[in-house]
Design a protein around this ligand. Structure first.
Ligand SMILES: [Zn+2]
Length: 105
């Protein structure tokens, strides 16, 4: 099984567009200032309380469930997979070469 270095984990968190990932999953988003908002898929959301910050590439829910996190947490929650499995899915779909990329600081 593939191992993921911190470098790869960080690249996935930073380089995979959360906005695109969420929209492709089927959640419509609206631009709101410098953030994007939509209806949280994890609770019965009457007002759009799901917020994505493209700057930090993080999401969080301001409503009932209070969930949040990175692209990895999004995939874990929407697909019901483990942390490692979410990393594999994201790497295969978005960063096919990440595992072979030398660490650069
Ligand atoms: Zn929620």
């Amino acid at each position: 099984m593939a191992r993921f270095s911190d470098e790869v984990v960080n690249r996935i968190k930073n380089e995979v567009s959360l906005v695109r990932l969420v929209e492709n999953w089927g959640l419509p988003l609206k631009k709101h200032g410098k953030d994007y908002i939509g209806h949280c898929p994890f609770h019965d959301d009457k007002t759009p309380s799901f917020v994505i910050s493209p700057e930090s590439n993080l999401w969080h829910c301001l409503g009932a469930c209070g969930e949040g996190g990175s692209v990895i947490d999004w995939v874990m929650k929407t697909q019901g997979v483990s942390f490692r499995h979410a990393l594999e899915l994201l790497r295969n779909d978005h960063l096919p070469l990440a595992a072979d990329t030398p660490v650069k600081n």
